[in-house]
Design a protein around this ligand. Structure first.
Ligand code: HEM
Length: 399
């Protein structure tokens, strides 16, 4: 068993549950995955490994019930959020093994876990389920090993690249977010635009590498199923999504490629809030208020295009190109190869719940394509894109 790293403020019961989540829990999930992998129809997990499933439920419940009795020990955000993650991992694993199934139930049979998750969600200010930050930016490593569902290597491949890529997006968002208080003509803005471009190019490289090294079947059959929607109490919460952090949308709106008043875009963003940590929620709220760079640059162009204008506008266009390229790569490579293609090869009865957010796959793919096209600023007559404005800016540089 891996020893849980001591938190100065943690309680013995919290530490015992954490130690289980990092060891025995992973063993059981891995053994179940091994059994599913032996079957012809790998996606149908019903009735397989019932002995292991019972152990998972019972051992988890034995550790969770005393935590409920312990009540609110107010250990601060990080510990409460980590504990929510641990309860969430347990509930998500039960969902993955179809011990629970939201369409079959009106309320989660995991009564103690639901109660603890709701309590913790209310405490920290997020949805009461495990969210992407639990797997990525708040996933505490102990001796170099962070929390996972299984020991299968595809899971750490997926998560390590995702986390690194998310941080690259955060670096880009941070650089762009520093521009508006100074104004787009400030001499330091060029550095910020170059930082943002470089960070987005890093994200592109990381995502490209991820697409090369991640095993499609392993991801589809053994990683993704842990991210499905599940019920907490009577309420069903949508699944975890690699895009549940603010930076992507901050970049969209700060660049001006997506508009905070475009209803179909805003809908996508608003839906995300409960699945973000409070600091990420704050960042996302702020990006709705800030002016965008494209409008600011075009304002200056109307006034005759001063000296700095060419340099800043050229750098701005490079940032947009880098953002568009990474968005296209996500959709055309990652989503296509790791979701759409394998989904086309399994029986339609098993497509239920295939997307994290719940809509049928075709609807989700169209929504993702629309996001890609906004970020690429391609001409579309059915959704608003900044194609004409980007072309105008480019023509000013060519003049
Ligand atoms: C194998 C790798 C990946 C696959 C198969 C994948 C697939 C998907 C899918 C299917 C969705 C829609 C989720 C839903 O609503 O059900 C999505 C959304 C999203 N993903 Fe990924 N993804 C991958 C990696 C990444 C990485 C590395 C990032 C960036 C760090 C990322 C960023 C996003 C974002 C921001 C969204 C929200 C929609 C948007 O704003 O475009 N994804 N992804």
């Amino acid at each position: 068993m891996i020893p849980a790293q001591e938190h100065s403020a943690t309680t013995p019961r919290v530490a015992a549950f954490d130690a289980w989540i990092r060891s025995r829990f992973v063993d059981i999930n891995t053994q179940l995955e091994d059994r599913y992998a032996e079957r012809d129809n790998r996606i149908d997990v019903r009735g397989i490994g019932n002995d292991l499933k019972a152990q998972l439920v019972d051992e988890g419940r034995e550790l969770i019930a005393p935590l409920l009795d312990e009540g609110n020990t107010d250990e601060g955000f990080d510990l409460a959020f980590e504990l929510l993650g641990n309860v969430g991992y347990y509930m998500a694993a039960c969902r993955r093994h179809e011990i629970t199934e939201p369409s079959r139930e009106r309320t989660s049979p995991l009564v103690e876990a639901s109660a603890l998750a709701m309590h913790l969600g209310a405490t920290v200010g997020t949805a009461p389920r495990f969210v992407t930050s639990h797997m990525e930016t708040y996933n505490r490593a102990v001796d170099g090993v962070y929390r996972t569902f299984t020991w299968r290597p595809a899971e750490t491949t997926f998560l390590t690249y995702n986390t690194r890529s998310a941080f690259a997006y955060m670096r880009a968002a941070d650089a762009l977010g520093r521009i508006h208080p100074m104004g787009v003509s400030h001499p330091a803005v060029l550095d910020l635009l170059i930082d943002a471009r470089n960070a987005l190019q890093d994200a592109f490289k990381l995502n490209t590498k991820l697409g090369q090294v991640l095993d499609v079947d392993e991801f589809f059959f053994c990683v993704r199923p842990y991210y499905k929607p599940y019920r907490v109490g009577s309420q069903e919460y949508r699944g975890a999504n690699a895009g549940d952090f603010a930076a992507f949308n901050q970049i969209d709106m700060l660049l001006g490629l997506c508009s905070p008043t475009d209803p179909s875009y805003t809908q996508v963003v608003l839906e995300k809030f409960p699945y973000l940590t409070p600091d990420e929620q704050r960042r996302l709220h702020e990006s709705f208020r800030h002016p965008n760079l494209l409008d600011s640059l075009l304002d200056h162009a109307d006034r005759g295009g001063p000296n700095w204008f060419r340099r800043h506008a050229a750098a701005y266009l490079e940032v947009c190109a880098a953002h568009g390229a990474a968005a296209a790569q996500h959709h055309d490579d990652l989503v296509h190869n790791f979701i759409a293609r394998p989904a086309g090869q399994i029986p339609s009865a098993h497509l239920e719940g295939i997307t994290a957010s719940g809509p049928p796959l075709a609807v989700l793919l169209q929504a993702l394509e629309d996001l890609r096209d906004r970020r690429l600023a391609v001409p579309r007559d059915d959704i608003p894109t900044r194609h004409a404005d980007i072309e105008r800016l480019r023509s000013l540089l060519d003049a």
